[in-house]
Design a protein around this ligand. Sequence first.
Ligand SMILES: Cc1ncc(COP(=O)(O)O)c(C=O)c1O
Length: 463
Amino acid sequence: MPLLHQNVPSAGLAFVERGDADGTLFSGNGVSVHQRMDGGKDAPTPGTGDAGQGGKARQARESKPAGARVLLSAPDVGERERAALLAAFDSNWISTVGPAIGRFEEEMAARLGRPCVALSSGTAALHLALRLAGVEAGDTVICQSFTFVATANPILYERAIPYFVDSEPRTWNLDADLLEEAIRRLARRGKRPKAVVAVHLYGVPAEIERIAVVCAEHEIPLIEDAAEALGAEVDGLPVGTHGMAAAFSFNGNKIITTAGGGMLAVRTAAEAERVRKWSTQSREAVAHYEHTELGFNYRMSNLLAALGSAQLAGLEEKVARRRAIAARYREELQGLGVLDFQEAPTGRRATHWLSCALVQAGRRAGEAVGECRDALMAHLDAQGVESRPLWKPMHLQPLFRDAPRLGGAVSESLFAQGLCLPSSSALREAEQGAVIAAIQDFFGPRNRGSLAQLGRIGASVER
Ligand SMILES: Cc1ncc(COP(=O)(O)O)c(C=O)c1O
């Protein structure tokens, strides 16, 4: 198993400088978060203040506005959110201080069974998790390669060195065996990773118990990036409770949104207090402005926390809806024999933040799978349907070209073959029907020659 790019820089500084110069330290993940095309008025959704109007909601979902674009993941808000936001506004707590912040933290803590700190973004949460783990300049942090860049960027913020490890083909998340191998290889060079960052991508839980065991055996702090996975479970336990800290995101395209925001779940009240202090410029508890350690302006605003609480009250319905969307895609498209949908192994409850599939065959002899995936995306686009390729692995990103890594074939295949389909919890039945019909048409006799079936991903992947 080749270990490529073994030239580990002495510190992560070079990465940070390059990121700054290229302007690549962006936030948000590029998934569309446009307004609901109906302005949110005539599409009541269970759990958004329209609860109890299931019939009306269903009826509204059946009607598809002509000419509207079907988006990947749009905010799903209603009267409850509007009222909560306006109440916070009227209270004049228009600040990063206010009662709604503590309330939202407590509600998340009750759900997770861990103390929580409300922050300005999931990226900020990941950054402070690394600081909690004691990551400093020059340290190595093992990170899942197959993810959105926000998982890895905070490693550079601390001028540490990301070491990217490939995914396993079942959950598409961090491969526990490869993780162990990476730790062994680093040990042979006299190094010990300061932290491991594992992701629950697209809301499908990673094999986090195995990953946690590997980390515990080597006494390495485990950070869970659960940005896409609020509401997911592993054997009845919420994701975000297996490591030393877990980050959640509430940006505009997530399962619940605060427009922008994040939450860090930690193990103890003392850790939560440290994180809270760091997020408010590390101000000491005295009247004058006294600072003994570096701080950040990472606190969530009271207005957005109020929005967060209102959204959290509808989480179960939103997750149920995304899961139902994933199930319908699978049910109606699996029969084509061309698409292989991401599925959570038994005992795991995925949120299916986005419904994702791998294109397993070209439409005609000689058509590469990647070509076919791109043609499918172009076909969907022409029909007014938004889709995206799966995340481009970090080890393929120019930003991280010098970073060490282990494996890569699995995430490269996922990137080459995969796409995400519209998955908003406010997606109407008719809109999903239109997406399904467009895909059926694309793979139908009109558009296809003889299928050259490929094996399932992983079967043909050599690591
Ligand atoms: C996997 C993953 N990690 C981290 C983040 C960062 O969250 P935020 O956009 O709230 O900073 C996101 C979402 O954008 C994400 O999808």
